[in-house]
Design a protein around this ligand. Structure first.
Ligand SMILES: Nc1ncnc2c1ncn2[C@@H]1O[C@H](COP(=O)(O)OP(=O)(O)OP(=O)(O)O)[C@@H](O)[C@H]1O
Ligand SMILES: [Mg+2]
Length: 386
């Protein structure tokens, strides 16, 4: 009775046949298996959402290629490195790879290397022994142990300290590691996916990232492209987020007006899909009419100007400032000079000018229309032979 009260799963009363003992052990095993399965299930449903390939929206050929590559690489055990600007969907790619792999029923552990203080990251990753440092009151298993049999996603790997990079390198070689303050070598079977939005080549040059670690991680490389390079995806994604948000808000699904579409297409999206998602969330809340109007979108020009002044180069074409024109007037005048200079240098060829200005043909055309420069391009109008 006392043993049961203290948590024993079962008991046998003497005398018993050997088969009874076997049965009892078998029942224990089954219960243990169930509990373990439950833990894994809980980990995958509560803490991390399930990722699917169809959550990666976009019909541009670049996105088709990306999805295709995910499907090819996912079933292998290869280490994956995902590089790309902020907000391009690196987390979605990582998640899709895990959930399309044979490890999908095992744990998917996500660890953001930039979100954990440097001195705690090692113990978070590899665990620690009791008393390893002040505050280490009891032994704690590392996230890599939790990920055993499954996948670990090391996000913002570019921000990991050099000493820890060395330990990670060893772990990548054969899955072996030692807990902080421990001396027993442990080993697990974990697939590694790493991501960063840092310019990794620059980080290597600056001696902040180990080149050997880069090569070890870089077995399969993914580069979700920036939104401005995805011909056609902006509107599709905008409509997708709009419909999601409207459904969440319980309002009739809004669509984009023509003018709103033009405005979205003229923007460069430095914050990529995340920025677009936020813009559409805002629009779905503040729009009063039954189509999204440009007024419900942010003032992208203001933001672009902020960036331009941060990046410098303002004074090069600017020349004298005519304060008579006021702030917006001066900015428009400045823009006109930049665009005019590019057009002049490229004999009014839109494609070449856009390339020189590092903007899309569409954005250039839009700006020109706003500035009244649109009627004197070569080939005129909107014909395709400009
Ligand atoms: N192709 C896409 N289809 C649908 N949603 C997307 C797509 N790409 C990104 N998103 C959404 O945009 C947001 C940002 O994506 P994510 O967090 O994956 O970016 P990230 O590349 O990890 O950025 P960071 O480097 O800043 O961490 C998320 O809400 C994600 O769901
Ligand atoms: Mg991310």
């Amino acid at each position: 009775m006392e043993a049961i009260q203290n948590g024993a799963v079962d008991y046998l009363s003497k005398p018993f046949a050997p088969e009874e003992l076997l049965h009892a052990v078998d029942r224990c095993r089954k219960q243990f298996d169930l509990e373990e399965e439950n833990k894994t299930l809980r980990a995958s449903t509560s803490s991390s959402p399930v990722y699917r390939l169809d959550q990666i929206v976009g019909e541009s050929s670049k996105m088709d290629d990306l999805r295709q590559f995910i499907e090819t690489v996912a079933p292998t055990d290869s280490t994956v490195l995902i590089l790309g600007e902020s907000g391009t969907g690196k987390e979605l790619v990582a998640g899709a790879i895990h959930y399309l792999s044979s490890r999908k029923d095992q744990n998917y552990i996500r660890l953001n290397c930039a979100a954990i203080p440097e001195n705690l990251l090692e113990s978070e990753l590899f665990g620690h022994e009791k008393g390893a440092f002040t505050g280490a009151l009891r032994t704690k298993a590392g996230r890599v142990e939790e990920a055993d049999g499954g996948t670990i996603f090391l996000d913002e790997i570019g921000d990991m300290s050099r000493p820890l990079q060395a330990k990670l390198l060893r772990f990548l070689e054969d899955g072996s590691f030692t807990r902080v303050g421990g001396n027993e070598e442990k080993r697990v079977n974990v697939r590694i996916i790493a991501a960063t939005n840092r310019d990794i080549v620059e980080a290597i040059k600056e001696n902040e990232f180990r080149e050997d670690l880069y090569h070890r991680l870089n077995v399969m490389q993914f580069r979700p492209p920036p939104l401005r390079d995805r011909e056609g995806d902006v509107i599709m994604l905008a409509e997708y987020f709009l419909s999601q948000n409207c459904k969440n808000l319980g309002r009739t699904v809004l669509h984009l007006s023509q003018d709103a579409q033009s405005k979205l297409l003229s923007h460069q999206w430095p914050g990529n899909v995340r920025e677009l998602r936020n813009v559409m969330e805002r629009a779905s809340i503040i729009e009063q009419t039954d189509e999204v109007q440009p007024e419900s979108l942010p003032d992208f020009e203001l933001e672009a100007r902020l960036r331009a002044s941060k990046e410098g180069g303002v004074s090069e074409v600017g020349g004298e400032i005519d304060f008579e024109l006021g702030f917006s007037g001066s900015v428009a005048e400045f823009e006109r000079k930049i665009i005019q200079t590019a057009l002049d240098q490229n004999q009014y060829n839109i494609n070449c000018s856009a390339e020189q200005l590092k903007m899309t043909r569409h954005s250039l055309r839009y700006r020109m229309q706003q500035l009244g420069l649109a009627n004197n391009t070569r080939g005129g109008g909107d014909s395709n032979n400009e």
